[in-house]
Design a protein around this ligand. Structure first.
Ligand SMILES: [Zn+2]
Ligand SMILES: [Zn+2]
Length: 382
């Protein structure tokens, strides 16, 4: 197992400070006050722009970690949720589930974190912890349902969870990740969703040396799939509709590039790939890509198109091909991914923005005009 570099500060100095901070009586009142009023950006309804909003964070419970949020990635899910496109949004909603920051307070039973540590929070903040999947570290497939980082209900109090477009967040330590200080922090934020969403299936299907991997779509997810696929030793081909993405794809680690709008190029790749990761969340034809799989090949979808797809069973049958899907990753695997990225120097390619630009950023994302993830500098939220 990879070891996490804690900090370069002398441990003796930290210990004394942290003991004082962690004592339940000495800091509780202060912590509560600090945690209560939190500046944020929220959508009030499906058709309103995101705007400044004040939320209240809960008091730090014995096993909670409070983070000062330094950066938050902007995921496509944030747009879907802000606009209630998945019909599950609870308003007002503060989106954001690619959260990195510094620990500012911990409950008296917290063992993994100390004040001053770098830490991250991803797509979920809790789960039942008892079902067959939770016990296997597959909390994202909790049979009761994971608690999403925003627009979900806290399992204990029923309070609505609010995400990372805010100054602070309070989360149970089991759902907080340790971060290395070896990487530029803003580029680490998108690993918490885009990173793990592509890392997890590549690991599950053991994609690596000797495999031919196709990546469909070069966006937030796609660019991470290219980086991980190449890092794991697979031969990576970028499958894209835009020829101007070729240079970037190769820079990110792709060995080959195919223009999917050119049927001649697709025909040449029939039966070629052991695996295809499909990151596209717009409606598209799955069958065109399934034909590119070799015998026993698997295509794994990580994007969620708005409508059901038609799949030709003949295409699957002719080569015992599989069509699968995968959602984020569990807590242990997310930590493993973050440690792997620290060790191999992998981060997301980002455009850093101020929170006031968030509505423009959404508009640009809908035009695929971002390379390859917007990250909010939370210092811009005052
Ligand atoms: Zn996301
Ligand atoms: Zn569960």
């Amino acid at each position: 197992m990879k070891t996490q570099k804690k900090s370069s500060r002398p441990s003796g100095v930290r210990k004394a400070t942290d003991r004082a901070k962690r004592h339940p009586d000495s800091r509780a009142t202060l912590t509560e006050k600090r945690a209560s009023a939190t500046p944020a950006y929220a959508a009030q309804a499906p058709d309103t722009r995101l705007a400044p909003f004040q939320i209240r964070r809960r008091e730090v419970r014995p096993q909670d970690v409070q983070l000062e949020i330094l950066y938050c990635g902007v995921c496509h899910s944030d747009i879907h949720m802000a606009r209630n496109e998945w019909k599950q949004t609870i308003y007002p909603v503060v989106p954001g589930h690619e959260i990195v920051g510094r620990v500012t307070a911990v409950g008296n039973k917290v063992t993994k974190f100390r004040s001053g540590d770098l830490a991250g929070v991803g797509v979920m903040v809790d789960s039942c912890r008892e079902c067959v999947n939770c016990r296997k570290g597959l909390e994202q497939y909790c049979t009761v349902g994971m608690v999403l980082t925003y627009s979900a209900r806290d399992r204990r109090t029923g309070e609505i969870t609010q995400g990372g477009y805010s100054k602070r967040i309070v989360v149970h330590e089991d759902f907080v990740f340790r971060l290395s200080d070896a990487l530029p922090l803003a580029g680490v934020a998108p690993l918490l969703c885009a990173g793990i969403t592509t890392y997890s299936p590549l690991r599950h299907w053991k994609v690596g040396k000797g495999h031919k991997l196709g990546v469909v779509g070069l966006g937030g997810l796609g660019h991470m799939a290219v980086k991980f696929g190449a890092s794991f030793g697979a031969e990576v081909t970028m499958l894209s509709t835009s020829p101007d993405k070729e240079r970037d794809a190769r820079r990110l680690g792709a060995h080959k590039f195919a223009l999917t709008s050119d049927s001649a190029q697709l025909e040449k790749l029939a039966g070629y790939f052991d695996f295809i990761i499909d990151t596209v969340s717009a409606k598209h034809d799955y069958n065109a890509y399934l034909k590119l799989l070799a015998t026993d090949g698997a295509m794994i979808c990580v994007g969620i198109p708005p409508t059901s797809a038609e799949v030709e069973v003949f295409t699957l049958m002719g080569g015992r091909r599989s069509l699968a899907a995968s959602g984020i990753g569990g807590i242990p695997e997310t930590q493993e991914m973050l440690d792997y990225c620290a060790e191999h120097g992998i981060t997301s390619d980002i455009e850093l923005i101020d929170i006031a630009s968030i509505n423009d950023a959404y508009a640009r994302m809908l035009k695929s005009d971002v390379r390859y993830r917007f990250v909010i500098d939370m210092a811009s939220l005052t």
